[in-house]
Ligand binder design. Structure first.
Ligand SMILES: C[S@@+](CC[C@H](N)C(=O)[O-])C[C@H]1O[C@@H](n2cnc3c(N)ncnc32)[C@H](O)[C@@H]1O
Length: 241
């Protein structure tokens, strides 16, 4: 079992810094185009995708993890929401160019080959389209050991500062890269009540889960102070086509 298998079994609805409270506040502040086409990548169990759909956006949501997606599909069904869910990899999106007004991402790009992921987000956005990406960022000193341990346990592929992420976004063709939020802590998540959470009860008897939860606590205690998050708001130039 890896970290994402654990999150899927936990049915965690908002597995990102700041949790669902931060998501709602962010979406409500964005002034996205009414009835806009939104692609959520790495949607997990679909809580954010459902919130976007409830707010009138036309939502497509993808994730690589089958169990995450199954829970997301059931969540949307229970909420009677029409969302197109697809199992796919963010580094190879199954969509033609220039399909979406917005690509929305929360704590996903750090787990991927960032250049391929950012390039794909840009490719599927319409001219003038907008990428909103909330990612964990490095706020303090990075050591080889820290990097290795975090990457090994969480499956992260990159641990970079906010400044480095801004450069990466520009390298991949985004313009006017803004930072909408920046926190030098990871914020709280897993604390908001999620009425549609599907928790696998067998977890509580699983020794591996207990060990993973201990490792998670140890890593956060050791390195948490050097980790924070940022929300990037990056635009595709309007005249690209
Ligand atoms: C930390 S979880 C965040 C899930 C969701 N965005 C949320 O905030 O609750 C990371 C998610 O990214 C997905 N993911 C990781 N790498 C991916 C990839 N290459 N393509 C698609 N999804 C991926 C995982 O399956 C997982 O659902």
């Amino acid at each position: 079992m890896d970290y994402h298998d654990l999150l899927a079994k936990l049915g965690e609805g908002s597995a990102h810094p700041g949790g669902f409270t931060a998501t709602v506040k962010l979406i409500d502040s964005l002034a996205l185009p009414e009835r806009g086409q939104v692609l959520e990548v790495g949607c997990g169990t679909g809580r954010t995708a459902c919130y976007l759909a409830r707010n009138g956006y036309r939502v497509t949501a993808i994730d690589l993890h089958r169990q995450m997606l199954e829970k997301a599909v059931r969540r949307a069904r229970r909420e009677r929401l029409d969302i197109r869910f697809i199992q796919a990899d963010v580094t190879s999106l199954p969509f033609p160019d220039h399909q979406f007004d917005v690509v929305f991402v929360e704590s996903v790009t750090i787990f991927t080959r960032w250049r391929a992921a950012l390039s794909e987000y840009k490719r599927v956005l319409k001219p003038g389209g907008r990428l909103i990406d909330r990612e964990m960022v490095l706020c303090g000193r990075k050591t080889e050991l820290m990097s290795r341990r975090l990457k090994h346990f969480y499956g992260m592929r990159t641990l970079a500062t906010m400044t480095v992420w801004k450069k990466r976004l520009k390298q991949c063709g985004f313009t006017s890269v803004l930072v909408r939020e920046h926190s030098r802590s990871m914020g709280k998540w897993g604390v908001d009540h999620d009425p549609h959470r599907e928790l696998d009860m067998a977890l509580f008897e699983d020794e591996q889960v207990r060990r993973m939860s201990e490792t998670n606590d140890q890593l956060l205690a050791r390195y948490g102070k050097r980790l924070g998050y940022a929300v990037f708001d990056a635009k595709v130039p309007p005249d690209e086509r």
